[in-house]
Design a protein around this ligand. Structure first.
Ligand SMILES: C[S@@+](CC[C@H](N)C(=O)[O-])C[C@H]1O[C@@H](n2cnc3c(N)ncnc32)[C@H](O)[C@@H]1O
Length: 238
């Protein structure tokens, strides 16, 4: 008999952004896992979970510790093996991940590898509040109205996808661009989309910054940075 693997989105940083359902699932799980990585996500999911659960209830899983693909895959396999051992015994295992577990999440890799090991495992997710939603809320940014469309992309995909998105969508959200912020803002400037754009870093975490993106010109950001381009000025009074 194999158990249940649940990916729980715990929000971008502020522990109050963990949903009631997410908290219930974490509390009821037999085992609670959190990723440990060198991507800037280090400890973020864990820090949120620790606000609600005792440390002894939390098991760390080592994920990407290197840019080396082979080393990364090795870590994922080890992590999946550890979780699978518990699932084989019929346990419910929860895996906490920042933001939403279906949006650029380590949970996707974990679930895929676990499924290869245990094809009959039940996999579920509990949605979490994404960084883009938190940034929109905290900066008073309306994401979409009427017929408008939104594109979400990682800057790791390169400059061209960002250029195409800025040309084709009313609202564009750029993830994973913090360390190359100068390039992100350069592309936006070229496309005439810098006005009204907002930058958010380390949302809900110590060192948080929320600024008009223009104010970041010439500065680099951190890995946990998000930029929203709306082409609209920020809401009055926010
Ligand atoms: C691996 S993705 C994780 C996305 C996450 N699953 C979500 O739903 O928002 C990491 C990227 O999410 C964004 N991000 C996540 N947490 C953030 C935070 N606290 N502040 C700003 N950006 C954040 C950044 O763009 C970062 O590079």
């Amino acid at each position: 008999m194999s158990g249940r693997l649940v990916g729980v989105g715990v929000g971008p940083g502020d522990p109050e952004l963990l949903t009631v359902k997410g908290l219930r699932v974490l509390r009821e799980a037999d085992e609670v896992f959190v990723p440990v990585a060198d991507t800037g996500e280090v400890g973020r999911a864990e820090a949120t979970v620790r606000e609600y659960l005792d440390r002894e209830r939390i098991t760390r899983l080592l994920f990407a510790l290197s840019d080396d693909r082979e080393a990364r895959e090795h870590n994922w396999t080890n992590a999946a093996r550890e979780v699978s051992d518990h699932l084989r015994g019929g346990k419910t295992c929860a895996f906490a991940t920042i933001g939403d577990p279906n949006v650029y999440s380590t949970f996707t890799y974990l679930a895929r590898t676990v499924r290869e090991m245990l094809p009959e495992v039940e996999v579920e997710t509990v949605p979490g509040i994404t960084a883009l939603q938190d940034l929109a809320s905290r900066s008073g940014t309306i994401l979409l109205e009427g017929d408008e469309r939104l594109a979400l992309l990682p800057f790791t995909a390169g400059e061209e996808p960002l250029r195409e998105a800025l040309a084709g969508f009313e609202t564009v959200v750029c993830y994973k661009g913090g360390r190359r912020l100068g390039e992100v803002l350069g592309v936006a400037e070229e496309c005439g989309r810098l006005e009204g754009a907002v930058y958010g870093a380390r949302l809900g975490i110590e060192g948080e910054e929320i600024l008009p993106a223009r104010g970041m010109a010439g500065r680099e950001g951190t890995y946990l940075s998000t930029v929203i381009f709306t082409g609209r000025e920020r809401e009055e009074g926010s």
